[in-house]
Structures are given as C-alpha cells and as structure tokens.
Design a protein around this ligand. Structure first.
Ligand code: FPP
Ligand code: MG
Length: 332
C-alpha cells in the first residue's frame, strides 16, 4: 500500500518524515496480513492496496500517541499494528458501502464491485474485516479487540438505521447525526482513543482524544455529504450524487427542507422524489442550506480543536490541529 500525500501540510519537517516512515510501515503490516497463497485472493487485495487513501485513521492513531506522550514521544509496534487494523476496518466498510451505493469510482479508480461484481466485493469486505480482527488479536490485548468489536457493531447499526430511513422525507437532524456518529465518527474516535491509550495516557486525556476524534468524524461526514452534492467526481475521486440517488437525506437537504414554507416545500420534495440533483442543488445554494451545513461542520471542528488545548505544545499536537481544519476545507 502506498501512502498518500496528506490533504494538509505538516508544519514540521521532522514530524512529516517520521510520519511518512511510520505510515509506510503501517502499509507493510497491512500487506503482510492480507498476503495469501491463492493468487485469486491476492489479485483482489492488490486492487485495494493500489489506491491511495488519505490514511486519515492510521495517521490519527499515530499522532494521538505522539501528541499525548509529549516531546520524548515515540510510537511502537502496537501503534503501527492498531493503525493498520483501523485502516483495514475502514477499507472493509468502504468495499461494502460501494456495493450498497452501487458506486463505480473510489479513490480515482474503479470500485471492486464495478470491476469484479457484487459477490467478489462482499467477500473481499468480509476477508478484510476478518483479517482486521485476526491482526488485532496478535496484539494479545483483548480490551482492544473488544473496543474495536463495539466500533464495528456500531457502524453496522448506523448503516442499518440509514437503510431503514431511505426515502424518509421527514428525516430530522437528530436522526441524521445519530446515523453519522455511528457509521463514521465512532471509528475515528476510537483511533484517537487507542493512540492515546497505547501511549499510556490517563483516562481524562484518552477521553478528550476520543471526543476530539468523534467531533472530527462527524465534521468529516458532513463535508463528505456536502461534496457528494457540490463536488466534481474527477476532483473528489469517487462517484458522487449517490446520496440522492439512493434516497439518503443528508444535512444540507434536511436543513433546506426544514426551513421552507409549504408551497416551496412541495416543489423541493418533488425534486427529491424525481432525483433531480441539478435543480435541487440550485435551490440548496439559493436558500443557504449548503453554507448552513458547512457551518455546522466548521463549528464541530472548532469544538474538536478546543479538546487539544490541554495537551503539551508539540509538533504532533499542531499537526492534529491542522488535520482538523483540513477535514472541513478539503475538496477531496
Ligand atoms: C461511507 O458512507 C460509509 C461508511 C462510513 C460506513 C459503511 C459501513 C458499512 C457498509 C457496514 C460494513 C461493515 C463492516 C464491518 C464490514 P458514504 O456512502 O456516505 O461515503 P462515501 O461517499 O465515501 O461513499
Ligand atoms: Mg458511499
């Protein structure tokens, strides 16, 4: 697996090169874990290793460890293994998500389902999730398996709730946030908590890191949902417009619908039902709904950044801060 240029600039060269080396090692652990004696299996795994992701989750595991441990900080094999496990869980969910969304493009390449069909994609997702827990078990720390098992339970619950509310035109903000917290934020929160715990952080600090990660995760998903409506596929690098196509109401649309007078509401609901993305987007811009959703993401990032305030002032903390900002300004 190749590591990606992160969507933000590391303010410190020494930390940037340390992180690049650590992420390369995380990539090697990932590849070693998936290696199989069957070429048919390796071919599919190669497909997902070829595409560069942002490696956001492994980066958060590593940086959270470095940030809580202060100037003398180092991360070790346990951090790298957990980082690889979190990326593998994330990849499993994306491979399955692309089946559910019938997406054709991910990370600037064809999705597994598009290239090899749904059966292969479902099985590859299963292989990834099984390997993630197998790799995690090698650490011999049941509490980590337990925590990540709760995370994967919760993100399936989030997806199931989202499926249940497809085409529900009365979906409200609390339900949207419940879906997003479960399907996206819990894993990001766990990455930050685990990075801190493995570096020996006291409970109050690992709780603060968890809260930082969860707020970041929700903001990340809101930005993802904004980009799904407003972005261009060649820049974002994946299939867009899938939320509306699949009847998933996301924050910009929920904000829009909740603020309209009855005669306007009827028109917008017709457009949702007709899956008319272009006309709907025009109305979302005109009513300020895109900016309102984006503002909620930015407020969450501000609250996340405030959680870092008690950490020692290190390059790792500054980088976490820069990452938080990039989550809501990113174009891909
Ligand atoms: C992306 O949503 C999807 C997720 C964050 C979670 C998907 C989880 C599953 C499908 C459950 C699978 C569970 C296991 C344990 C394998 P999105 O469609 O809004 O994002 P996108 O724009 O990146 O596609
Ligand atoms: Mg999707």
């Amino acid at each position: 697996m190749t590591t990606s240029p992160l969507p933000f600039t590391a303010p410190d060269d020494e930390l940037a090169s340390l992180l690049a080396g650590e992420l390369a090692e995380v990539g090697r652990i990932f590849e070693r874990q998936l290696a199989c004696d069957l070429p048919a299996v390796n071919r599919l795994c190669l497909h997902i290793e070829r595409y560069r992701g942002k490696m956001l989750r492994p980066t958060l595991v590593l940086l959270s460890g470095l940030a809580v441990a202060g100037d003398e900080a180092e991360v070790g094999e346990r951090h790298r293994t957990v980082a690889a496990v979190t990326e593998m869980i994330h990849m499993a969910t994306l491979v399955h998500d692309d089946v559910l969304d019938e997406a054709q493009v991910r990370r600037r390449g064809s999705t597994v389902n598009h290239l090899h069909g749904n059966e292969a994609a479902v099985m590859l997702g299963d292989y990834l999730i099984s390997n993630a827990f197998h790799l995690c078990s090698r650490l011999g720390e049941p509490s980590i398996n337990l925590m990540l098992g709760e995370v994967t339970n919760t993100l399936c619950e989030g997806e199931l709730l989202q499926l249940d509310r497809r085409d529900d035109l009365s979906l409200d903000e609390p339900t949207y946030f419940e879906i997003v917290r479960r399907k996206t934020a819990v894993l990001v929160g766990a990455c930050c908590r685990l990075g801190a715990v493995l570096a020996g952080a006291p409970v109050a600090v690992s709780d603060a890191m968890h809260a930082f990660g969860e707020a970041l995760g929700v903001a990340f998903q809101i930005r993802d949902d904004v980009l799904d409506l407003t972005g261009r596929s060649e820049i974002v690098g994946k299939s867009l417009g899938r939320d509306l196509a699949k009847g998933k109401l996301t924050l910009p649309l929920i904000v829009h619908l909740s603020a309209l007078p009855p005669e306007e509401l009827e028109r917008s609901l017709e457009l949702v039902q007709a899956r008319d993305a272009e006309a709907l987007l025009e109305r979302l811009w005109a009513t300020g709904a895109i900016e309102a959703a984006q503002a909620q993401a930015e407020a969450l990032v501000a609250s996340a950044r405030a959680r870092l305030g008690d950490l020692p002032d290190t390059a790792a903390r500054r980088l976490l801060d820069a990452m938080a900002e990039a989550v809501v300004t990113r174009e891909f």
